[in-house]
Write a new protein. Structure first.
Length: 77
């Protein structure tokens, strides 16, 4: 069963408390999402580390119940 967008956002916010999270259902099927995660805690981190932080917040669900996630990370301006 696919994950709901609000569940994805809640997991990310729980793992990265200062994160602003925007989730978009790319295909309308509840299985292919895009996430934009903006967090001050990303400052000074390479993009790979930012993405790893988001994947860690998702607790191993990538590739399982969360099939596809197009991920964009940023530091607030």
């Amino acid at each position: 069963m696919p994950m709901a967008a609000d569940e994805i956002a809640a997991l990310i916010r729980a793992g990265i408390p200062d994160a602003e999270v925007e989730i978009t259902d790319l295909a309308g099927d509840g299985d292919h999402y895009a996430a934009k995660v903006t967090a001050a805690s990303f400052a000074g981190m390479p993009r790979v580390k930012q993405h790893q932080a988001v994947y860690a917040a998702l607790g191993g669900r990538m590739g399982g119940v969360l099939h596809a996630l197009q991920l964009t990370t940023a530091v607030p301006k």
